[in-house]
Design a binder for this molecule. Structure first.
Ligand SMILES: O=c1ccn([C@@H]2O[C@H](COP(=O)(O)OP(=O)(O)O[C@H]3OC[C@H](O)[C@H](O)[C@H]3O)[C@@H](O)[C@H]2O)c(=O)[nH]1
Ligand SMILES: [Mn+2]
Length: 362
């Protein structure tokens, strides 16, 4: 009689991936994700009042950082980490020691596919990240590396190897990630359309990156995943992930790294207040008409061969070209430099660990 192993398979990248969650509330939402997340390490970035106690369900392996921790670990460089905005999540990317990151909002739940099966969003992101991207030539049958698909006739064989994938951008059923004006005009609109596809975003094309269901290869693109200066004391909010996505895509195109969007879906449960969102977003809605042409025309010199080098060059261009539009971009450009300095301090190339108390090992 064949013996079948009763031991559950080890989850993919179990010890190579951290799950980063920005939060201002108790993390009961993890109960629904337990079957998919429990074997992974969580990095919880607690925003807002550090004296508030965030309850984490039993059985999860996690580290939690509040504002006091961020200030203690980064000192004056903590100024680059946003306060009272989900942008604070990027601190989790910086302190992680793992190769991969998956970040998810605490109002995102397990969605079901059309067959009614629970979607393991983390597993799909990992598949996306572990298979190549094809940004140089569009494959009309979508992801050619997927089971049951391939490159179609006319696709150059010289391009079929693809390039490494740096970012996997997932989508949302129920509450779509609309901006405030769209939310106001269509308050009852829900996304019920499950599109069974993963696409590589072509080289030279920007896109609106949403941070609520996102994964990336931290070793390939981590230093570019800065979510900017948002929230408290800043003239703008809810453009954290957009800023990061535009900077990241310019750098990925320059370095030959791929970005995918599509599966997996999560179930986004909470529509935030459109009036509050409008107040946070309105400058971004106006500025983005300038910002997007800036990023579309941004070029990086050949001698920018590292993510940090590309990012610092981009920050110089932000200061020179956008700084004249608003002083905020001068502040943001400086914060981009601070972010890279802090990243390199916590992630020295020599690989020396940063002590648990945040002191960089000698
Ligand atoms: O001051 C804050 C507010 C919230 N958070 C945490 O961020 C996550 C997103 O918050 P929420 O779901 O309430 O807002 P949404 O409008 O749905 O967020 C979307 O738009 C803004 C961002 O781009 C975000 O990534 C999008 O998902 C959630 O985990 C809150 O607990 C916070 O840390 N600080
Ligand atoms: Mn939300």
């Amino acid at each position: 009689m064949a013996q079948y192993s009763k031991v559950a398979p080890t989850p993919l990248l179990k010890d190579e991936l951290d799950i980063v969650i920005p939060t201002i509330r108790n993390l009961d939402f993890l109960e629904m994700w337990r079957p998919f997340f429990q074997q992974y390490h969580l990095i919880i970035v607690q925003d807002g009042d550090p004296s508030k106690v965030i309850k984490v369900p039993e059985g999860f392996d996690y580290e939690l950082y509040n504002r006091n921790d961020i200030n203690r670990i980064l000192g004056p460089k903590a100024s680059c980490i946003s306060f009272k905005d989900s942008a604070c999540r990027c601190f989790g990317y910086m302190v992680s020691k793992k190769k991969y990151i998956f970040t998810i909002d605490d109002d995102c739940f397990v969605a079901k596919d059309p067959s009614g099966k629970d979607i393991n969003a983390l597993e799909q992101h990992i598949k996306n990240l572990l298979s190549p991207s094809t940004p140089f030539f569009f494959n009309t049958l979508y992801d050619p590396y997927r089971e049951g698909a391939d490159f179609v006739r006319g696709y150059p064989f010289s391009l079929r190897e693809g390039i490494p994938t740096a970012v996997s951008h997932g989508l949302w059923l129920n509450i779509p990630d609309y901006d405030a004006p769209t939310q106001l005009v269509k308050p009852l609109e829900r996304n019920t359309r499950f599109v069974d596809a993963v696409l590589t975003i072509p080289k030279g094309t920007l896109f609106p990156m949403c941070g609520m269901n996102l994964a990336f290869n931290r070793e390939l693109i981590g230093p570019a995943m800065y979510f900017g200066l948002m929230g408290d004391g800043q003239p703008i909010g809810r453009y954290d992930d957009m800023w990061a996505g535009w900077c990241m895509k310019v750098i990925c195109d320059h370095l030959g790294l791929g970005v995918k969007t599509g599966l997996p879906y999560i179930w986004h449960s909470k529509a935030s207040n459109p009036f509050v969102n409008l107040k946070k977003e309105y400058k971004g809605i106006y500025w983005q008409e300038e910002l997007i042409p800036f990023f579309q025309s941004a070029t990086l010199p050949k001698d920018c061969t590292t993510v940090q080098g590309c990012y610092l060059e981009l920050s110089k261009q932000v200061k020179a070209k956008l700084g004249k539009d608003d002083d905020y971009f001068i502040k943001l450009a400086d914060a981009m430099v601070t972010w890279v300095e802090a990243w390199d301090e916590l992630n020295p190339v020599g690989g020396k660990a940063v002590e648990a108390n945040g002191v960089v090992a000698k």
